[in-house]
Structure formats: structure tokens, C-alpha cells
Design a protein. Sequence first.
Length: 464
Amino acid sequence: MDLLDAGSPREVIEKVAKHLDCSPTSREVAEYFDKNDKLRHLRQEFLFPKVAQLPTSDLSLVGGSEDCIYFVGNSLGLQPKNVKKYIDEELKKWATIGAHGHVMGSRPWAWAENDLEDLMAKVVGAKPEEVALMNGLTVNLHLLLLAFYQPIATRHKILLEDKAFPSDHYAVESQIRLRGFDPSTSMLFVKPRPGEDTLRTEDIVSTIEREGHSIAVVMLSGVQYYTGQLFNMEVITKAGQNQGCYVGFDCAHAVGNADLRLHDWGVDFACWCTYKYVNSGAGGLAGAFIHEKHVDRVKPALLGWWGHNLKTRFQMTNEMDLQPGVNGYRLSNQPVLLVCPLQASLEIFNQTTMKDLRKKSILLTGYLEYLLKHYYSKKASDPHKPCVHIITPSNPAERGCQLSLSFSLPIRAVFKELEKRGVACDMREPNVLRVAPVPLYNSFSDVHRFITVLGSALAASNKD
């Protein structure tokens, strides 16, 4: 029997410990997982900052020669090793052949991003013709809402989660104002129940069923940035469409993290950035999805030259030959220097599948959760011991790789002490530390090491 397929993360951890005749918290368990990790070779495709390179590290507390504990891929993914090579190729091409680079070389600038859309489509569970790589996330969200949000007096609301990411909130608010409606009456929020941290799927669905006659668009995150909750996109999509609503998702924290099936779920539209789990670098080229069923039904509200059919684009007739589906939403040519890092990353994704990444992720994050609960759960026997509360759902089907943690100690003090010890994670107001072991490049030993460092950080914070 393969021990790694032996049940829930907790069951797997305890069976491996029994097999090794050691404690489930022993480093031997992490080493066993790493040795048997079929994806461990992918780590070598990325550049890890050293502890000594991080500006926040205190080398009097930790050695500087080892890799940092990089658990902040939910904010910015690591750099793939081929990024510099690909960028250098384009700089050389620009220097040596100039404008000929538009149609020559391994990635002709006039359609360089098109050659990556097959790879991107695999990551989000879509057909290549349903995906476009263009612009930034919020620009794409605006373009999609301009097309799909067509409010009328009786159906004018946009449903989004309470405390949505600011960009989503601002985009929705401005789109409502643009159409002459009032955000105070047209923005409909779903909130967790009193005393709970995350949303229940049944509450989202019941809100849609109750308010559906007045909702034009359901617009939620795929993964909620603050809590790390993975929404049941398939169920939500069905519920919204049953009420006559369009359903779209901001997949910024879901793409490259969750096993998405945008086409099969019938999602109307989606958008995402690529600099988090897709590792394309800060401000990297974003993506958009429109289901093929809308090819002849929903048209872009704004037109640009790059939405014109490539075969006739340079005839310069000023008579739009609009590309079908999401490709017609393109406005202008994409910056090739942003195409390069995205290509480098998507080629790594193409060495595996989202199904296999997700399988590892469930165990990797489950291992982190197991150790956190073992060492830092609140115990009545020792009320003064620092403890950790995980606000992310415990059900692996309701989360990606991120765990959002709150502490019994001041959050800023804990965050500062972790940074001193070579941990890269991030803090979000008002009281959450986001920790994301990314299956593409993080190891089980990273998790075990983090738990040890967290003990030192909590001890130091408690003294203060």
C-alpha cells in the first residue's frame, strides 16, 4: 500500500509515523514525505532567496547560507530559473534586429502571448480559445464587467463577498456608478455568520436564491485572499445561473493553487493575475476567461486594434474584424518582457498537472495544519502559552494551500520575529498571518522547519 494514498492528511501522517516508528512530529516524517514526493524535482526550477539576502533577517539569530522559508507565494511566486534567459533573448533580438522582432524569433512580439494560451488553459481548466493573456487583473475585470454587467431597474445588483479584495470592491463600485446606479443599493454582500470566520456555501446559495431576481452578476473570489477559503465555484455557478444571473470569479488566489474546471463548471467569465501561484513576477501579464457559450451572445464594450483578427489586422481598413470570444477583448499588444517570465513558469506547470499539484498540496498544507494544532492549540491546562487559531477551513476541499493564522499574541510582534529568522510570509490587517506552502516548490521539510522557527518567534514575542 502506498502510504501517501492512505486517507486524510492526518491519517497519512500518523501511518507514516507508525511505519517509521517515530513521533508524527518528528523530522523523519517530513524527510519521508520529501523522499517520496514525485514532484520534488520541480523545486530545482526556481530561485530561492537565501536567509542572508532577505533585508529583514537577523543573522545573529539564524544562519544566512541556507534557503529562506518562502511561504509567501500567495503574494509573489518565486522566480523560475529560465526567466533571465528568456528576457535576455528578447533584449538581444531588440538590439540586433529591431522591428523585425515583431514577426521573428522564438516568440514573435506580435503574437507571443498567443503561444502560451494552451498552457494557461490547462492550469485553469479551459479550452485555449476561452483564455486570453492580456493587461492586468483589474483592467480585465473592468473589461469583463462592462460586457456582462447590463443592469436594468429590476435587476441591477452585483453580489460579492464581504471584505472582498479592495480591487474587486472598487471595480464593482465604479461599474455600478458608471451605469447610473447607487452602490449602496446595488452592491449585495454575503457575510459569515456571527462568530464564524468564513462563509458557508449554503448561505451563499440561499442569498442567491432569495435575491436572484434582482442580481445581475454574481462576482466572487475563487479563493478568498484573507481567510484562504476556496469557494465551491461549481455550486455557486449553478445557483446563480438558475436565477438568471451571470457568474464570474476573480481567480487571483485560485489559479495555480486549486484544480480549476472553468469550462466544465460553466463559469461565465473569470480573470486572474499570474504573479502569485503562477510565478510571472510583480505586475505580470494577467489572464481572462469567457466560456465558449458566449461567443455569439456577449460582445466587448470596448474595442482595440488587438481585438481584430490577426490575419487581417495589418490591412488597416478600420473595419473591425472582431476575434470571437475572449480574444475580441484584447486592446493592444502585450509587453513581451512580461510574456517571458510567464512562459518560464507555465513550462514548469506543463511538467505536471494541477491534479497532481493539488494532491501534494492537500497533504503539504494538511501537514502544516497538523503540526500547528499539535504544538499551538489553546490548552486549558496552560492558558498563558501562546496559541494559534487557524481561520481557514479545516476541510481540504474548502481551501487551497494557504492557512490564515491569528495569534494570542500581537500579530505584528510575531510577524517581525518570523522575519528576523528568515521566514517570508505576509501579514494582513487586522489580525492575520498568511502562510502558504506552495506545492510547486515548497517541501515538507520547509513546513517542519517553519514550525520550529515559529516556536522561537512566539517565545521571543511573549517575552516582549
